[in-house]
Design a protein around this ligand. Structure first.
Ligand code: ZN
Length: 410
């Protein structure tokens, strides 16, 4: 990606501000001559910012403006250890609302829509972000938060919700529940905005079909505002990113070298306008690539591919790198196999043993599925695994992000 002149100027002035006061980046960039940064190439020599740096700054070490300018904080859901706290100014909150409203508009959602929001509210950026964007757009929100499926469905029917905001696993759970209860004809949904999870083509088709909606992938992370910094359009060919607020690069996750457009690597984000906690070259750990060429929708905002996995989800088994997205793709080519699986790696008797649990459609013969999936795995991914077909609904569903790969070796 070529950095635009506007982006360069915004980054440059941000670097100047950050290094002229006592703050996180003054210490991080110590010894670097900011005036000597004259080009994109110079910028690409700046050190990365890691999640660990943010954790070390706990609680408010990232704050880059005086206390009186901070209006709220959010915290990343961090599974273990110290959370990351991100402070926001009123302008940050407003910029986030503008970006999120733009996401809804890209998805063809308008003021007359009724938006049912199922992600959680609170320290997490999810629910409150969906809410903020919908209010900026002027639509009616139904701020449900997660869980309580009975109530979700009742509100969905009685209030005639037209848009569902959810994680992919919760959208799937609701879709299955609607089918089970036979209430599909009472559902008025037309769009689904699905956040923060990598999901396969098969799962997408199933949710879209059972809910009767067009789905949009929304992208974001708490460290960089939250969800809403990019979204897919009607053509479902990657996600448009709001490059007037963020600058992004794709780097080799091992070496950190910037990769040419089209190559898969780790997404690295620099904020252009953020005040409370600006970030320079932040390693997201999300794997994706730049999609080149013009989008048929006509939008000029650049695109990245749907998230293909996390750098930390990648597992190495018998010398082969395996990404969850490869398993999704392999399963999507096998009729009778669903999108739901769990991949377990154990170390037994001195060798790695892989087991793949897959939900299969009702009435499909388990023995033949076992053979088909074993052969598919070997052919597409290159190793032999033990396949255990299970019935639809047997694997856990989650209201948050699902874990599909369990590495029990260490
Ligand atoms: Zn487009």
């Amino acid at each position: 990606m070529k950095m635009t002149e506007t982006q360069f100027q915004l980054i440059k002035s941000q670097l100047k501000t950050l290094t002229s006061q006592d703050c996180f980046y003054k210490r991080k960039l110590e010894g670097i001559d900011i005036d000597a940064i004259q080009s994109q190439e110079d910028f690409e020599k700046l050190p990365f910012t890691w999640k660990g740096d943010l954790r070390d700054a706990y609680p408010l070490g990232l704050q880059a403006v005086p206390d009186e300018d901070i209006v709220r904080i959010h915290s990343s859901s961090g599974t273990t250890g110290t959370p990351v706290i991100i402070p926001y100014t009123a302008q940050d909150v407003s910029d986030w609302a503008d970006m999120f409203a733009r996401c809804y508009e890209m998805a063809g959602i308008n003021k007359l829509d009724r938006i049912q929001i199922t992600p959680g509210y609170g320290l997490w950026t999810a629910g409150i972000g969906f809410q903020l964007g919908a209010e900026r757009l002027g639509a009616m929100t139904i701020p449900m938060g997660p869980g309580n499926t009975d109530k979700q469905l009742r509100m969905m029917v009685d209030l005639k919700s037209t848009v569902l905001c959810a994680t992919s696993s919760y959208a799937l759970l609701l879709a299955e529940e609607i089918e089970k209860r036979g209430i599909g004809d009472q559902i008025h949904l037309r769009k689904g905005v699905i956040g923060s999870e990598r999901w396969g083509e098969k799962m997408r088709k199933r949710i879209a079909k059972e809910l009767g909606v067009q789905l949009y992938d929304i992208y974001g992370l708490t460290e960089v505002y939250g969800p809403g910094i990019g979204i897919s359009c009607d053509y479902e060919c990657g996600m448009h990113m709001w490059d007037d607020y963020i600058y992004f690069e794709i780097v080799n996750p091992k070496t950190g070298e910037v990769l040419p457009d089209g190559e898969i690597g780790e997404l690295v984000i620099t904020t252009l306008k953020k005040q409370g906690a600006p970030l320079i070259r932040y390693r997201t750990h999300d794997l994706t690539r730049v999609i080149t060429g013009d989008c048929p929708c006509g939008s000029k905002y650049p695109r990245i591919d749907t998230i293909l996995g996390r750098t930390d989800d990648m597992v190495k088994v018998k010398g082969v790198n395996i990404f969850p997205s490869q398993i999704d793709e392999m399963l999507s080519g096998i009729p009778g196999a669903s999108s739901e699986y769990q991949f377990m790696i154990d170390h037994l008797y001195g060798k790695d043993i892989c087991t793949l649990f897959v939900e299969i459609d009702k009435g499909v013969d388990k023995t033949s599925m076992e053979a088909a999936i074993t052969a598919g795995f070997k052919a597409k991914i290159g190793i032999t695994v033990i396949v255990k077909p299970v019935d639809i609904g047997e694997l856990p569903r989650s209201e948050k992000k699902s874990t599909r790969v369990f590495d029990n070796r260490y």
